[in-house]
Ligand binder design. Structure first.
Ligand code: FAD
Ligand code: SF4
Length: 509
């Protein structure tokens, strides 16, 4: 570096926000941005090739845009420096550059935050990440003194505070929650002709990254043949416009539906762009609200969508920072099974899992109900060690960043935090999947059966789960009703289900 640097602004792969607080007061004459591609971020969990390509390509596009704005950028490409980790790379450059201060926005990952704090020491200055609508301090203030946390309370409080979908002090449409209208599934004819989402064909930067990933991470899971994610703020805005114009209208109604071979349905595909901070959630929320105000989408679709972005997305981030690092170790149900190998290949005769995992490997994407009620549910019922499952979710989705993935996995889907996030476990039998999808029609198993050769493994494991956790949940006010179903089983059925569940576990180890 040829001149003395005042501030070195560290920008991480999930902080590609052109208006980042880390850039406040940036003086091109004295300051520089620092970005690095490092192997460890792709290998600490066995990352999907599309996830690696997404981060690297978006980072390169971002660095280019900063240079076009006249900012000095020190950019370390993966294939051009020897450091394996972020801290190693940063330490090497700090020794050479010797800035007065190192500035960054809050990292989205506890592990990264801790190691960067150690590497930078007293020279470091962390600024709140204003991408989020609710700061970590505001969340902590909301949480203080509450005996339990519930999304619904958080969501109403902040919708009111931020004036989203409000009519004075009342929710528009007279209700806060339209979930009851939003549980539709498709009939036997299926979803029909679906509006296909906008694709972003790889440009030269992306093609170069894809070639690099194929070479350096050849043994990593997933494929790159269909890689088409938005990688710049302009593309993220186009993806949002496309969703609002073509898919928002039916988002609510079909948000819980599954149809094999149809990965996108009416979902927005905006999570990766938002998590990399290519687009501001306020822009996303305002676009949805505007569509309702202009009569272009019904309230149940718009409320259902805004509940995800303003509600769940902000809520899980608050919970993450409140509970880390304990969250990583949580295992309230003492689940100890290894993750079945087919999670990495899709090679299973369970049609629902084959479809959800197959599409995950192909695109790095599955929608929420596939994550929660197919892959997550199976692991919950089987009793998979939560940390192993967490490492899988963090690896295989293009939108996976720990602050959002971990509470969803450990909390919502596995109940490993003992109800810190969700009031009860999301447990169900194969009948639920049959109701919400067409998978069972093409499966060799029967979702109605818990025992026998063609019994659905979900249904066997569901009853086994109820039996295994009877003492914990049978008297719990939120779960007693579900557990009361156990009284339908006689001792012989209990014994047969327990034995079949054990055989399944043995076969999957
Ligand atoms: P849409 O269905 O169109 O929803 C709109 C937006 O709402 C999403 O883009 C997302 O930003 C937000 N959203 C929806 N549900 C949630 C939620 N439960 N928590 C936080 N935000 C939500 N989401 C991630 O962004 N990264 C993850 O790593 C991730 N891991 C998950 C792991 C599990 C086990 C589960 C059950 C859910 C996970 N989710 C994660 C939440 C959700 O599944 C994804 O946000 C969603 O599927 C992304 O697709 P989309 O953009 O098409 O979402
Ligand atoms: Fe999945 Fe069971 Fe249905 Fe097969 S029968 S698709 S395993 S829920």
């Amino acid at each position: 570096m040829h001149r003395k640097t005042r501030h070195l602004v560290v920008i991480l792969g999930d902080q590609l926000d052109p208006d980042s607080s880390a850039l406040d007061g940036f003086d091109p004459a004295q300051d520089a941005v620092w970005m690095a591609e490092v192997v460890e971020e792709s290998t600490h969990v066995w990352s999907h090739q599309a996830r690696i390509a997404l981060f690297l390509s978006a980072m390169r596009h971002f660095a280019l845009s900063l240079r076009e704005r006249g900012l000095r950028v020190v950019y370390r490409r993966l294939d051009e420096h020897p450091a394996a980790s972020l801290t190693e790379a940063l330490r090497a450059d700090l020794a050479a550059i010797d800035p007065q201060r190192v500035i960054m926005a809050e990292p989205g990952d506890w592990r990264v935050r801790e190691s960067l704090r150690t590497a930078v020491g007293a020279a470091g200055l962390e600024r709140p990440d204003r991408h989020f609508l609710v700061s970590t301090d505001e969340f902590a203030a909301w949480a203080r003194g509450r005996r339990e946390f519930r999304l619904e309370h958080f969501y109403r409080h902040f919708r009111r505070k931020l004036g989203v979908l409000m009519d004075g002090d009342e929710p528009v449409g007279g209700r806060w929650n339209f979930d009851a209208n939003n549980r539709g599934s498709f009939d036997a004819r299926g979803p029909g002709l679906l509006p296909q989402p906008l694709r972003f064909a790889p440009d030269e930067i992306t093609r170069e990254v894809v070639a690099l990933v194929r070479k350096r991470f050849a043994d990593h899971p997933g494929a790159l043949a269909t890689f088409d994610w938005p990688l710049t703020p302009t593309q993220a805005q186009q993806a949002l416009d496309d969703f609002i114009a073509h898919r928002l209208v039916a988002f609510g109604r079909y948000q819980d539906a599954i149809w094999t071979g149809e990965p996108w349905l009416y979902h927005s595909r905006l999570s990766a762009a938002m998590n990399l901070k290519l687009i501001d959630p306020r822009t996303v929320i305002a676009a949805a609200e505007d569509a309702w105000r202009a009569g272009r989408a019904p309230i149940e679709a718009v409320e259902g969508f805004i509940r995800q972005v303003l509600g769940w997305r902000e809520y899980v981030r608050g919970l993450y920072w409140l509970r880390m690092p304990q969250y990583l170790e949580d295992n309230a149900l003492a689940a100890d099974e290894p993750l079945p190998g087919f999670y990495w290949t899709g090679d299973t005769d369970m049609a629902c899992l084959h479809d959800a995992i197959g599409q995950t490997l192909k695109f790095g994407y599955a929608h929420h109900i596939q994550r929660l009620m197919v892959t997550g549910l199976f692991a919950l019922l089987l009793g998979v060690r939560p940390r192993a499952l967490h490492e899988w979710y963090l690896a295989v989705y293009v939108d996976a960043v720990e602050w959002v993935e971990l509470p969803n996995t450990i909390g919502m889907s596995q109940y490993a935090d003992d109800g810190f996030m969700a009031s009860k476990p999301y447990c169900a039998s194969g009948k639920y999947i049959e109701r919400m999808s067409n998978a069972c029609a093409g499966c060799r198993y029967d979702p109605a059966k818990a025992t026998g050769k063609d019994a659905c493994p979900y249904t066997t494991l569901y009853w086994d789960f109820l039996m295994r956790h009877e003492a914990r949940f049978a008297r719990h006010p939120r779960t007693a009703l579900q557990w009361r179903n156990l009284s339908r089983l006689d001792p012989g059925q209990r014994q047969a289900i327990g034995a079949q569940a054990q055989a399944l576990r043995d076969a999957l180890r």
